[in-house]
Design a protein around this ligand. Sequence first.
Ligand code: GLY
Length: 560
Amino acid sequence: MKKLLLFLSCSLVLLHCSPPKKTHGLTTQNAMIVSARAEASQIGVAILQQGGNAFDAMVATELALAVAYPYAGNIGGGGFMVYRKNDGEIGALDYREKAPLAASKNMYLDHNEEVIPGKSTLGALSVGVPGTIAGVFEVHRKFGTLSIQEILSPVIALAKRGVAVTSKQAHRIANYQSAFLEANKDSILFQKEWKENDTIRYLALAETLTRIQQKGAKEFYKGETAKRLVKFMQENGGILTLEDLEKYEPKWRKPIRFSYDDLNIISMSPPSSGGICLAQIMNAIEPFPLNEYGHNSVKAIQVITEAERRSYADRSFYLGDPDFVSIPQEALISKEYSQKRMANFSFEKATPSSEVSHGNIQIIESDETTHYSIVDAFGNAISVTTTINGGYGSKLYCSDLGFFLNNEMDDFSSKPSSSNMFGLVGAKANEIAPEKRMLSSMTPTIIEKNGQLYMILGTPGGSTIITSVLQTILNVHEFDMSMQEAVNAARFHHQWLPDEIQLEPNSFSSTVIEKLKSLNYQFTESESLVIGKVAAILVLENGTLEGGADKRGDDAAAGF
Ligand code: GLY
């Protein structure tokens, strides 16, 4: 349809007219990695060049991000991986953090059952049992081909050599100084004025990684590292024990799979809400001709917003750790369900969120996660999102071992038992329990077209992760953008509550905003708002790979 419209408009003005030239990201013939830092993408690609596969490169990239991008890369956090092998086999690994054994439902509430500000976000009590080292070793055990010795060597060398501070990183470190001071008893590596192009050497982390390289994952969960970590946590008022570490296990999960037009979409299943919400939103919008409405047009924003509103209302009510709660997954991701939920939508007026049922909490999630996408020369693809939740996690930095601890406990519902205006008891599915995994929004996604690998993508962004992944897919599929253009394009977000559309600043036409306001849509457009930092790879028709590295971060594609 888009091409037809273009042809008609060209004919009407009787001018010679060719389609606008696309701006492409890096293109390569064989393999590619897109991540939040050039150093991590390059180390992963070097592993691929040595003959390693995407799973070997995943281990290297994940740990290189732990060195080069301490803001979100980690060994003190967790994540989710979705893979598609070259023979079409798909799967997902959940290495999400979990609640310590001593955690309890009301641990963040005061005597009046009110949430104590900061208790689930800052310092040792906010820390979930880390899953990253167990996750990467499990991936390597199942699919790896190179030795851990070979894979970790360049990562350890990077930590010893040090990493140059980027301008964005210098600003971030400066902004977090008071939080570092509040969370830590002693001064930490990051508590000084690091400037752009300074080099930070991560010597304690290099030693920790060297012990892990020599002794394997058990070093982190049972060995000297485990004992030193538990001692540190307890000295800082935490509840993490050696038993928590010893009992941690990553879990293989069946990914969420659904279709949209001729695309087959594979994404993360619970305990992430990502795959289910993405399926719900895409099912709801599929009948609407978005490409006729136009990119970021009034009608396209309306349809997407209303689908998002309805899906996020369900999210807080139904979703949690599938090992603890029963989730009506098949019903939630059926096309009939989401399309029925859109029955009361009208282009004439916004549906107020107060009239959309389910759930009773506003979703407040930190947005400082990180994503990387990999395609290897054998045609295997991996999509990984990993996190310590907030920027620098709990801000608690173990100087002895050289890493930040997550504050993932904040992704649980701290106060789940109050009922909403419909009398529904919402968010119980995500209440705290010992050994339970907290609900996530991470949406590592892989897409097939005509049975072939087509796109690999994901992003940080807390609750905006799902809607950023959605818009990036639509930008390519509906609005005919290149991968890089799709990643760069301005994004918006609605999550049911608060009942407002968030807009990236200075990116939407005032005519569109005014029209939407007249239809009762509310907006926030803060000067500093960044919605997602997408890392994506598109397989072009001739098999060439095109990277989409987000201009919003220091992201970089590398490949050969
Ligand atoms: N901590 C962000 C997420 O898991 O979605």
